[in-house]
Design a protein around this ligand. Sequence first.
Ligand code: CU
Length: 464
Amino acid sequence: MVTRRNFFTGAAAMVGAGFVSRIGAASLPEAATMQGAATQAPLSPPNGRPYNPVVTLNGWSLPWRMNSGVKEFHLVAEPVIRELAPGMKANLWGYNGQSPGPTIEVVEGDRVRIFVTNKLPEHTSIHWHGQRLPNGMDGVTGLTQPGIPPGKTFVYDFVARRPGTFMYHPHADEMVQMAMGMMGFWVTHPKNPDFMKVDRDFVFLLGNYDIEPGSYTPKTATMLNFNLWTINSRVFPGVDPLVVRQNDRVRIRVGNLTMTNHPVHLHGHEFEVTGTDGGWTRPESRWPEVTTDVAVGQMRAIEFDATDPGDWAFHCHKSHHTMNAMGHDVPTMIGVDHRSVAEKINKLVPDYMVMGERGGSMGDMEMPLPDNTLPMMSGQGPFGGVEMGGMFTVVKVRKNQKPGDYRDPGWYQHPAGTVAYEWKGALPQATRKHSAGGQAMPSSQAPKNIEMTVRKPGGHGSHD
Ligand SMILES: [Cu+2]
């Protein structure tokens, strides 16, 4: 049997690194597969209508073949091993070697034929989320087609009628198959390549998994209590930065296939929502934002001018979504001095650790972790621990980044005098307003009975 690993053909002709071609029956288009989770260079169209390709964060776009004017793609639904971040791999289901599957890029008006081969142990289908197409191509098992049985290949054939941002995912045993990572991005470019042209166009899908620390396979019965929140099935610090040149017009397209909403937040710049599930927004309907909520099943395109150089955080604003597994059942211990208790426990349990007593810099915590488990917040920046995980990455705006160069330029070099610094002068006695009288009084005279030591009820079971 020919395996993907020993069948390297025409790799030099492929765009980008890491493609491996895989040929099934002679009549099927090649099913290219991807070996790793690194962001691949944009796939410039070798034929067909011209367009400005997108960059899939920690992903890639699927090559096609032209067959009598029809763009033919081949997706293979199959089990994959996906590295979520260095130090953790997951047994997922995906397409063509990775989860998410490759991005499919076509042009408005293209006739598209997609061969879908099922190498899963159960039936599947693909729903082309958001598209206008003949009802029988909509991919809903039982409703518009029978499920694709294991080992079989089905064909979807339609015209990409509406330009915009789309997703694909199974409509078969959905809860299991999406919990296992089956999803992909789809972009239908406008016929006119100058319509809403941008300099950089990034795409990614938001995902969620529930992988018990120390294990590799998601729990597929989980409905809300996920413990890993992903950008294209990666978690920070495994998420690549979005690298742009200063003054680039930047578009970021986000699709949400998790079971909850995500308020995505950009630092240092205002953006506008230029696209939704239903297409491009009218210019007079837009307003400036620094955060926009992406609800379940939604796609959003945001755009901004990258005017200010720096390393700008870009993340979901739910703080438990910027945290990896392990951090989800810890009681609040702020203000609780339990050192003496800890000493006693330590005699019995040598690895016992005092957590979070001073607000708990979890990022600095060094604790023994089970195999294949990431620290809940990690990632090192130029000034120390970033204390983030999950849905967090960085938009790197650089003056000298070359057009078309997406390589990580390293950390931002701040001009002298532009970084927050420690005050080293004398500290005058703080003067506080007394709330009742509104009169200033020295802190030495402030009421002494304010409760500064608080212990809240511990633990929170739900992460929806
Ligand atoms: Cu979120």
